[in-house]
Design a protein around this ligand. Structure first.
Ligand SMILES: [Zn+2]
Length: 355
């Protein structure tokens, strides 16, 4: 017995020694280590990265996400919008009317000065993206299509990027009238059902729930859907190809840009910004090679001005075609602005913990 003990003693001592080391390491790690962080420098760096990415191309995106004050809290009201109760309260036509435009061989702008709506035409019918407000979808979207020689009866798919009134406004009317399949993100379908007053006259019946990588194919064209939660929990974005004088052009369509989520408190603001940032990276990766960046607000993609530039194109470059590098820069702007805002919330947490 004593011999066995002696043989066991050394390995046992080694084990105790090793255990004590790991215990010490754990104890050290468990203690809060005061890390000095210069939040002002970090925030400045994030803002600088957004600014230098924006150049002159994405000034609107930069202004909206980096410079203007953010609305922060949750909107839990369920009120019928004034312009639905009383159409006379709708904004003046001058403030939103824009001429429709044939932008590519098979891609048409049927939006307004501020908000965009797009028709992708195929041999089998039309894929419509976004529908603007209830008070102007009839004139801008349907009227615009007719002006350009497109028949709204051919709308086979309607993609709603997110359930805000400036994009879903005409969806119920178009679904009822022409019966297209309607695609939207799951959480946004839920939102429409949760707020019957907010979406009065705008709520399509639940149809296709978007999934990441879902392909909507009609005739010779396919729109691939990407889940990009952030702006709303169900925001969806797209990649697809159009033809420019017969040549294929890859498009990236970002379905939601501004920080409309709860962002005025660290919890859930920090997490919400992370969801937004992850979505920007996700779409940026899927949009590798895209040379056109579209959004549903002219503020972000300059659609209104670019449509007017089309007339003077001649044999030059297409005004929407900014090249793959610039498309990627859009996502650097949105990510940089989101990171700066996220850092401000992290700073709040840090200062509360260590006054
Ligand atoms: Zn929105």
């Amino acid at each position: 017995m004593p011999i066995i003990s002696r043989y066991l003693l050394l390995p046992a001592l080694v084990l105790v020694f090793l255990a004590s080391i790991s215990l010490t390491a754990d104890t050290v790690l468990a203690q809060p280590r005061p890390v000095k962080r210069n939040f002002d420098t970090e925030i400045q760096a994030a803002l600088e990265s957004a600014k230098s990415a924006a150049g002159f191309e994405f000034l609107g995106t930069l202004a909206r996400n980096c410079l203007l004050p953010q609305s922060g809290g949750e909107d839990s009201r369920d009120n019928v919008p004034e312009y639905v109760t009383n159409p006379a309260k709708a904004p003046a036509r001058d403030s939103w009317y824009a001429e429709p435009a044939k932008v590519y061989d098979n891609f048409y702008f049927v939006g307004g000065k501020i908000h965009s709506s797009w028709a992708l035409t195929t041999k089998e019918g039309i894929i419509l993206i976004d529908t603007i407000y209830p008070y102007n979808s009839e004139e801008l979207v349907l009227g615009g299509m007719k002006k350009l020689g497109l028949d709204p009866k051919d709308i086979k798919y309607l993609l709603v990027s997110h359930a805000h009134n400036d994009h879903i406004g005409g969806a119920e009317m178009i679904q009822k009238r022409y019966g297209p399949r309607v695609v939207m993100g799951g959480p946004d379908w839920d939102m429409v059902e949760k707020f019957p007053n907010r979406y009065k006259s705008m709520a399509p019946k639940r149809d296709i729930v978007a999934t990441d990588g879902m392909k909507i194919t009609l005739g010779e064209s396919t729109v691939t859907i990407w889940l990009t939660p952030g702006h709303t929990p169900g925001t969806i974005s797209y990649t697809f190809t159009v033809l420019d004088r017969g040549k294929p052009v890859n498009m990236a369509y970002s379905g939601g840009t501004a920080f409309n989520f709860v962002n005025n408190t660290p919890d859930p603001g920090i997490g919400n910004f992370q969801i937004y940032i992850d979505s920007q990276r996700h779409l940026a990766a899927k949009a590798a090679g895209a040379t056109v960046l579209l959004s549903n607000h002219s503020e972000f993609d300059n659609a209104y001005n670019k449509n007017r530039m089309l007339a003077g194109r001649g044999n030059g470059a297409h005004p929407y075609d900014i090249g793959a590098e610039w498309v990627q820069r859009y996502f650097k702007v949105t990510e940089g602005c989101a990171r700066a805002a996220q850092l401000r919330l992290e700073q709040k947490v840090f200062e509360t913990a260590m006054p």
